[in-house]
Design a protein around this ligand. Sequence first.
Ligand SMILES: [Zn+2]
Length: 398
Amino acid sequence: MNNAFLQFVFFLVAVCAGWLAGYCFRPRADNKDADTSSSYYKGLNYLLSEQPDAAVMTVINDLPVNLETLPTHLALGNLMRSKGEVDGAIRIHQNLLSRPSLPRDKLHQVHLELARDYISAGVLDRAERLLKDVVEESDAYRAEALEHLQHIYQTEREWDQAIAVALRRLPPRSWLKKAPVAGPRDRRVECALSHFYCEKAQQLLAEHRFKDANIALQSARQFDRDNVRAYMLSATIALKQQKPQLALDLLHTVVDRQAAFSSEVLPLFREAFNNFGGREAYLDALLRIAKATESSAFIIEAAELMESKGDAASALQYLLAATRQRPTLGLVNKVIAQSDVEKGPALALMHDIVLKLRAERPVYRCWQCGFSGRKLHWLCPSCEQWGTITPIRGTQGD
Ligand SMILES: [Zn+2]
């Protein structure tokens, strides 16, 4: 059952509930009941015959606005928005706002729905103004309004404002050690907050404001101790500040806590040792990390370093042992390349096939929604959660 159908069913239920409420609680012998029922049926007929504009105009012009009919107005507005008829949804919600007879809490609800319409239409400044009003005036809808505001600032890459809103969404001081463990909802906010600080740090890094960037990254780690992005950015700054040991400590923290990201930190490891360490020390570090994490990227890097030192035989033996223990497409490809491909067409063919297989495979996957691709997104493009995409491990990954 798709979402649009569910919305439609919801609308039908709202129509029936509204009609029943109107029927049961009507004053006796009131002609308005007949008019109201007629408006319901007219609007419903237009909907069933795929005439959304006519349905909207019928509901706006003929269906009175009161507490009994409000669910129907709201359901139709939501249905219009979910079907992409944003103009119709806006007209319905603006019509409700023009009726001062509605109580204040219901008006806040309509403000929230209208803000959703504007977000769908891409008119974010209007949505922002409405949501700010709801945040200030409504206890009941503040949480929802803050969530939408955070989404707007995230879309506009206004990281300071996104941080301020996300902080308001958290219970006071929930991130302190002595506070109760955060629930799933707060955990998602904390994770987003951590990435907002990373985004801010990246901007500061581009401006060479290393001290301010480091302060932002401290906050990023405070809200999510496992945010590898924060450690990688801190290591990048440490390298720029000629602090190789600090960079290596930060990178070791990443591979210790999240081995799946080993392949992502390898370029920073390489840079640290290229600039500040010797080749022997680099090979020792690679072998140690490769053993601990079983990362194909580290194993291949170690084998290539051995080969560059003139020890091709040891490199091949090392690769063969690693491939027997934990075969991956990357290792198989490297073993074939390390062997003499010119020896025969069979090896050359296998090499081409493995290369093609690797090129077709996704490299990253979101553990939340299953989205996969060949580029690392810190914000999943599919489920829009932060920090849920990780490098794929196993035979077809690292
Ligand atoms: Zn996802």
